[in-house]
Design a protein around this ligand. Structure first.
Ligand SMILES: [Zn+2]
Length: 96
């Protein structure tokens, strides 16, 4: 059964409830305060974000509107110039 999103008339916030597609009510009871909650129209959750590809897409979309603040260069993963290459022939090259 698909999940449907409802919003409580009070300030309980949105919640999701599962109903058969043929019997979806327009309103239901809030599980917290037992008041009426109206069904909201929301986009379907295709893919549901558990894969790394979905996480990458979400992060890319979010960074377009909320870019991370960078205060400096990323930490260096190589230790000095010797880690640039491991080819022994490069040791013969002139050094600056
Ligand atoms: Zn409520």
């Amino acid at each position: 059964m698909p999940l449907y999103e409802f919003r409580c008339a009070a300030d309980c916030g949105p919640f999701e409830w599962s109903f058969p597609m043929a019997d979806v009510p327009g309103t239901t009871r809030c599980p917290r305060c037992d008041r009426d909650a109206v069904r909201r129209v929301s986009p379907p959750r295709l893919g549901h974000g558990s894969s790394s590809a979905m996480n990458l897409l979400d992060r890319t979309k979010r960074s377009a509107h909320e870019p991370d603040v960078v205060t400096g260069p990323p930490p260096s993963t190589t230790a000095g110039r010797s880690a640039v290459t491991s080819n022994p022939l490069h040791r013969r090259l002139p050094r600056p």
